[in-house]
Design a protein around this ligand. Structure first.
Ligand code: PMV
Length: 327
């Protein structure tokens, strides 16, 4: 039995515009970050994660991604992406794990195969959602969903009556700062909250439609590098997300503190805690105000490479493994 390590990594992401409404097939624009998750796998006598003996059936991402493996494995994971914070930790973990596991099995998966694996793992763990995060973390750079684009179509994924057409986006030369509230808020319950709201109330559907329009306008502004307009639309999107109930005081505090030094700011990811993102020409100043309000700032280099193989096993601080919906 070979016990060679296979190591892969994938980037986290932030959503410029379109989280939540993308679940209903509306457009979205997402950029990969320079913060990555690294996973190593090797065949083993028992299943372990970061040295601890584990029951894989209690780790939904691992259960799904090893469903046809047929032997035990050691897993090592390290992360620069905070978990449960809207930066795509679950998709980045799934993308890196999928690539490491497939490589260990002698396969050479395409990006589309990895997206199917990572999205499958996310659905298995969360129950609902779009393939936006999986696409961004596998492909890296920038991606857009359901926008009219002359750029290369990467893949189209359908589920029920929804279809997500994913295209490549030129990474804009813009500066973004992320602010982490430090409050962990898993994705599943936030997505579920909007699903219930939408079922009960036609107003929620109107807000979701409006978020789609804002995102399309924002995508156009991004292509034209119109920072004022893009920033304004990001702030509008934050207001719409707040109306849907997925912001919180801590996020609003960091958004409001950033606005005087930014073109615009909004929560990013599923909300309820987690992170916000500001578009700014003064990244150091925005980082400073985020810190002064108790947030953790990350000055982001956007557009990093997607899922890739690495030459040495994961080392450093082991990542906190995200659980499923009930987390
Ligand atoms: O919070 P994250 O990083 O898991 O991002 C979730 C993005 C949503 O649009 C809220 C859900 C989805 O599946 O697209």
């Amino acid at each position: 039995m070979s016990s060679e390590w296979y190591t892969a990594s994938a980037p986290g992401k932030f959503v410029v515009l379109g989280e939540h409404s993308v679940v209903y097939g509306k457009p979205a624009v997402v950029l990969a970050t320079d913060r990555r998750i690294t996973c190593s796998v090797r065949r083993s006598k028992r299943n372990t994660i970061n040295g601890d003996l584990v029951d894989l059936s209690r780790q939904p991402h691992f259960t799904y991604l090893t469903r046809d493996v047929g032997y035990n494995m050691d897993f090592l994971t390290t992360s620069e992406v905070p978990s449960g914070s809207g930066m795509g930790s679950s998709a980045a973990l799934s993308a890196a794990l999928a690539l490491a596991i497939r490589s260990e099995r002698g396969e050479c998966p395409t990006e589309k195969m990895l997206v199917d694996e990572a999205y499958g793992a996310e659905l298995y763990a969360q129950g609902n959602g779009s393939p936006m995060d999986a696409s961004a973390c596998v492909h890296g750079g920038g991606i857009a969903v359901n926008v009219p684009s002359e750029k290369k179509e990467l893949w189209t994924i359908s589920r029920g009556e929804r279809t997500w057409r994913v295209t490549d986006v030129d990474v804009p030369d813009l500066s973004f700062v992320i602010g982490n509230t430090g409050i962990k808020a898993p994705t599943g319950p936030q997505v579920e909250k909007i699903r219930r709201y939408k079922m009960k109330n036609g107003f929620a559907s109107e807000i979701i439609d409006e978020m789609g329009d804002v995102t399309l306008e924002g995508f156009d502004a991004l292509k034209k590098k119109d920072k004022e307009k893009l920033g304004r639309l990001m702030t509008n999107d934050h207001k719409l997300l707040s109306i849907l109930g997925v912001s919180c005081n801590e996020l609003n505090k960091l958004v409001n503190a950033s606005l005087p030094y930014s073109y615009g700011a909004k929560l990013t990811g599923s909300g309820g805690g987690g992170c916000m993102v500001a578009l700014t020409d003064k990244p150091e100043k925005v980082a400073e105000v985020i810190s002064s309000r108790g947030g953790i700032p990350y000055i982001i280099k956007s557009g990093s490479e997607g899922a890739r193989m690495e030459t040495s096993p994961a080392m450093g601080t082991p990542m906190e493994i995200p659980m499923g919906k009930g987390e």
